[in-house]
Design a protein around this ligand. Sequence first.
Ligand code: SF4
Length: 239
Amino acid sequence: MADKPNDTVQSLIRAVRNRIEIEIGFGMNDLPLFEKPERADQPSGAASPEDRLEALAKVEAKAMACTKCPLHETRTNVVFGVGDRNADLMFIGEAPGRDEDAQGEPFVGRAGQLLTKIIEAIDMKREEVYIGNILKCRPPNNRNPLPMEMVMCMPYLRQQIQLIQPKIIVALGGTAVQGLLKTTDGITKLRGTFVDFEGVRLMPTFHPAYLLRNPAGKRKVWEDMQQVRDTLKDMQKEK
Ligand code: SF4
């Protein structure tokens, strides 16, 4: 049976609203129809390191109590991020898994151990980088994040990036890359080339969990990480 006119209008309104919310969540927030994403208290690049740390702690406190999307109902812990809050290098994945949800820390399972090895392969320690995810709460059964969940959670990540001020971001896996770059291109096409993410160089590469299933991909990640290491060294020299 054909939709009633009212149903059609309602579904059109839902589709438009959905689109606008997605655009706002990804930072295209100049439309006046919805509340804008919260900004960090001290987002300025000119803020002192102490001010940035204090502002980041406030963002974390908000995330720890967040109930903006339904994932808060099934999480054990909010997984905000871990590492050096003044790091030059930041890794971003898509969402916590079972181990991360249980421990409240990103990348702590087998994939996390592999990420630690990847970091050490470029002569850095895990404590010297910052590691986070787009989503701060685990999707049930590790399903892929829903677009609306990413939209609701992105403001936290945007504030983390503004306040940590990394020189380089490594985005791990297709979902994280697509969420950050607003693209439908796959990770196989995007990996290996720096792109701009709001003024920060971003290197897309494979997710460590993918490498556990497809060890042949490790060579490509090594190539990507060599670029990251060399570019970071050059940028640190320019300081
Ligand atoms: S996933 Fe993000 S938006 Fe959803 S409840 Fe957790 S912190 Fe809030």
